[in-house]
Design a protein around this ligand. Structure first.
Ligand code: ZN
Length: 197
């Protein structure tokens, strides 16, 4: 992996990802130093995707078949259309248009069981240091939980910074990603549901 990354770098440094231009990116260069941006005053929250006044809910519209990794009656596990920098990035969605916090106990228990299995499966894969589980929900009102597999041994690619490296690192070869997704989906299907890759 390191050889593939350094081959994509120029004098060891990878190009800046698109997130450097995002409004939420908290850093900027001023007087030759990297400093936090000046915090703007708060305003009204904008509607999220799938909320009244927001755009249509993509999860309810349906995912492209190529994005679905595994699914059962209540849950859909997806990946991004194109590979990104981390070895595995997955998103677990409810079929129903619910937000995290609105689940009944049975639904919440299912989320815990699937998340626990996914972490166990991903962390048993060669070259994976850890599987991180994240829920933000600032973009879409339809509940979705992220799973980020970080590579083993890279001291800088840790914690929440692993998510930033996902955009910085060159994309994982699609063939490798598909093979890893197949492993995850078939192992998860041992407990139920259907592997789709
Ligand atoms: Zn929805």
């Amino acid at each position: 992996m390191y050889a593939r990354i350094t081959a994509a770098a120029e004098e060891g440094r990878l190009p800046a990802p698109a997130m450097a231009d995002w409004d939420v990116f908290p850093w900027e260069v001023a007087d030759g130093a990297v400093v936090p941006k000046v915090l703007a005053s708060p305003g009204a929250e904008k509607p999220r995707q799938g909320e009244p006044g927001g755009s249509d809910c993509l999860a309810c519209t349906g995912f492209e078949p190529g994005r679905i990794v595994w699914e059962d009656e209540h849950w859909v596990l997806t990946t991004s259309p194109e590979p990104t920098g981390l070895p595995v990035v997955l998103t677990l969605w409810t079929r129903e248009h619910l937000d995290v916090g609105d689940f009944d106990d049975e639904h919440a228990a299912e989320l815990g069981r699937i998340a626990n299995r996914l972490v166990r499966i991903i962390e048993a894969m060669p070259g994976i240091g850890r599987a991180h589980v994240n829920r933000w929900g600032d973009g879409s009102a339809h509940s979705h939980v992220w799973f980020f597999a970080r590579p083993e041994g890279f001291a800088q690619i840790k914690g929440s910074y692993a998510v930033e490296w996902d955009d910085i690192l060159p994309p994982v070869p699609e063939e490798t990603r598909r093979a890893d997704l197949h492993t995850i989906a078939t192992k998860l299907a041992n407990w139920g549901g259907h592997a789709r890759v």
